[in-house]
Design a protein around this ligand. Sequence first.
Ligand code: 5GP
Ligand code: ZN
Length: 113
Amino acid sequence: MADCIFCKIAAGEIPSTKVYEDDLCLAFRDLNPQAPTHILVIPKDHIQSVDEIDASNEAVVGHIFSVIAKVAKDEGLDKGYRVVSNIGEQGQQTVPHLHFHIIGGRDMTWPPG
Ligand code: 5GP
Ligand code: ZN
């Protein structure tokens, strides 16, 4: 999608620190990390948010979750971590391209703010 920064990252038009890539998805380090490990996993095809997941695109989401588990192991997050997807205005989503945050390397707090 034109003017979507994560589409541009997926296309290699904006540089990123990649930690995993295949035909369907990309994992790269967040520019503004909130923990020692903060990685974003995105589908290469544009999906706006979790709210846009349906039968036509659910397979890539399942694949992304297996990639999340692999990336977390590769990062050594054996004590646990958090997976977050912010959705829309009240969810504080700032980039309207589906992404899952992998946040780890420190104790998390609950409930989230
Ligand atoms: P959201 O707020 O939509 O859940 O998450 C967007 C995330 O993308 C934020 O954590 C922000 O730091 C990250 N981000 C925004 N622009 C860029 C960028 O150009 N490169 C990288 N690596 N991360 C970005
Ligand atoms: Zn996009």
